[in-house]
Design a binder for this molecule. Structure first.
Ligand SMILES: Cc1cc2nc3c(=O)[nH]c(=O)nc-3n(C[C@H](O)[C@H](O)[C@H](O)COP(=O)(O)OP(=O)(O)OC[C@H]3O[C@@H](n4cnc5c(N)ncnc54)[C@H](O)[C@@H]3O)c2cc1C
Length: 386
C-alpha cells in the first residue's frame, strides 16, 4: 500500500529505505548492545538531508511535506529505532521555534538545525512532572534583560548531544499552565550542564539525559512566543510530532512482521512450514491487517496537516495510540512465531520487542492519548471525518 503517495513522496521513502537498510540496519544490533550514540548515523542522516527535511526551505531545510516525513521515519525506524529517535528529537526540539519563533530567532537558530550541523532537543519532562507537565518546578525568573533558569529536566532525548534546547519553565508559578514559557537555551551557557544519562530497556543508542539549570541566565530574546504561552506551544508541538511516533511504531512493526513472514515460510515443524499451520497463517493475516490500518491512520493525519488542517489533535492522538499499541501486539506475535529463537539476541526480534515499547510512552503515554481523544470527542462530538 502506498496510500496514493505521489512520486516525490515515494522517492523520499525509497531513498530512506535504501539508506536505512544499507547503513543503519547492519549496525543496529551493535549500537543497541554498546548503547553508543551513533554519530556516524547522524552524519548519514545529515548528508541525506533527512535531519532537516521538514524544516522550511527559506532557512535551508528540505521543505518536505508531512506525508514524506512520516514515510521516511517509518523506513528509518524499520532499520533502527534509536537512529529514528535521534531524527525525531531534532524535529521535536526545533518545532517550537518553527511554530512560535520570531523571524530573528529563526534566522539565528534554524539554519544550522535545518542543515543538520547542530542537533536539537526538547526539555519538558521533570522527575515530578511527566504526563502532568503543568506540575513542573523549573523556574525562569525575569531579571532585567534575562531570565534566570533553575531546575532539572529529565529523560531528554538528544540530551548532551544536542546544541540547542527548547526548555519549558515557569515564569509565573501561580498561573498554572498559563505560567509556563519556552526558551531556547544553547549548550555551553553558564549555569547549564548535563546530569544523569539513562540506561534504557530499548532505543539504547539514543541519548536520554538530564538537563541541569543552576541560575542559568538566558537572554529575553531567547524566549519563544509570549510569556505564559509555553504550555500551549508544547501541546501544539506534540500534535505535530505524535504522527511521527506512530510512524516509528509502524516501522518497527513492519520489520518484525517481515521477519516473521520469512521465518514462518522457512521453518518446518511437524513436517510442513509453519506458515501452512492455520493458527500461524491467521496470526500473520491479522498482523498485516493491523499494520496496514495503523499506517493509514499515520499517513492520514500527515495528509490532513499537508492539506492545511489547523486542528488535528484528535487524529494525531489516534494515530499514535493505535500505531503504538498495534506495534506492541505485532512485535509480540512476531517474536512468538520465532519460538525460542525470537528470544535470542542472534535474531532481531528481542530488540524490536524492547525498542517498540517506547512508542507507548514518550510524547504522551497511551493513557494520555486516550484522555486527549476522549476530551476531543466530548468537546466536538463524533470523531468521524468526511
Ligand atoms: C526514552 C525516553 C525518551 C524521552 N524523551 C523525552 C524528551 O525528549 N523530552 C521530554 O520532555 N520528555 C521525554 N520523555 C518523557 C516522557 O514523555 C514521559 O516519560 C511520559 O510523558 C510519561 O511521564 P512520566 O514518565 O512522568 O510518567 P507519569 O506521568 O508519572 O505516568 C505514570 C503512569 O500513570 C499514567 N497516568 C498519568 N496520568 C494519568 C491520568 N490522568 N489518568 C490515567 N493514567 C495516568 C501514565 O500513563 C503512566 O502509565 C522521554 C521518556 C523516555 C522514557
Amino acid at each position: 500500500m502506498q496510500f496514493g503517495l505521489n512520486d516525490e513522496q515515494l522517492a523520499a521513502k525509497e531513498a530512506a529505505r535504501r539508506l536505512a537498510q544499507d547503513r543503519f540496519a547492519p549496525r543496529a544490533a551493535e549500537i543497541d548492545a554498546s548503547a553508543e550514540f551513533p554519530w556516524d548515523n547522524v552524519r548519514l542522516l545529515r548528508e541525506a538531508g533527512f535531519l532537516g527535511m521538514a524544516f522550511p526551505e527559506e532557512y535551508g531545510g528540505g521543505g518536505a511535506d508531512h506525508v514524506s516525513h512520516v514515510a521516511v521515519k517509518e523506513e528509518i525506524a524499520r532499520a533502527c529505532l534509536s537512529t529514528c529517535t535521534i531524527m525525531a528529537a531534532q524535529y521535536l526540539g526545533s518545532l517550537p521555534l518553527m511554530l512560535a519563533g520570531t523571524p530573528q530567532q529563526k534566522a539565528r537558530f534554524l539554519p544550522p538545525l535545518a542543515a543538520g550541523e547542530r542537533l536539537a532537543a526538547f526539555g519538558l519532562t521533570e522527575a515530578g512532572a511527566g504526563s502532568d507537565a503543568s506540575a513542573m518546578r523549573t523556574s525562569a525568573r525575569r531579571d532585567g534583560d534575562s531570565y534566570v533558569l533553575t531546575g532539572v529536566k529529565c529523560f531528554v532525548t538528544n540530551g548532551g548531544a544536542a546544541d540547542f534546547y527548547t526548555v519549558f519553565a515557569k515564569t509565573d508559578p501561580q498561573a498554572g499552565t498559563r505560567g509556563i514559557s519556552a526558551f531556547m537555551v544553547e549548550k555551553g551557557t553558564p549555569g547549564f550542564s548535563f546530569g544523569k544519562s539513562e540506561n534504557k530497556l530499548g532505543i539504547r543508542a539514543s541519548a536520554t539525559r538530564e538537563l541541569v539549570f543552576d541560575e542559568c541566565r538566558v537572554p529575553v530574546e531567547n524566549r519563544l512566543g509570549a510569556e505564559g504561552s509555553g504550555y500551549k506551544l508544547a501541546l501544539r508541538t506534540l500534535d505535530h510530532t505524535r504522527p511521527g511516533v506512530g510512524a516509528e511504531a509502524v516501522g518497527v512493526a513492519q520489520a518484525a512482521f517481515d521477519a516473521a513472514l520469512r521465518y514462518a515460510s522457512e521453518r518446518s515443524v511437524f513436517g510442513s512450514p509453519l506458515a501452512e499451520k492455520q493458527v500461524i497463517a491467521f496470526m500473520l493475516a491479522d498482523m498485516a491487517t493491523q499494520l496496514e490500518a495503523a499506517r493509514l491512520l499515520v499517513y492520514r493525519v500527515a495528509a490532513l496537516i499537508d492539506a492545511g488542517a489547523t486542528t488535528f489533535t484528535l487524529a494525531a492522538a489516534q494515530a499514535k495510540l493505535f500505531a503504538s499499541e498495534m506495534a506492541h501486539h505485532v512485535v509480540d506475535k512476531a517474536l512468538q512465531i520465532h519460538g525460542g529463537y525470537g528470544y535470542m539476541k542472534e535474531f532481531p526480534l528481542e530488540r524490536y520487542y524492547r525498542d517498540q515499547r517506547i512508542t507507548e510512552i514518550y510524547e504522551g503515554t497511551s493513557e494520555i492519548q486516550r484522555l486527549v481523544i476522549a476530551a476531543q470527542l466530548l468537546r466536538n462530538g463524533s470523531g468521524e471525518r468526511r
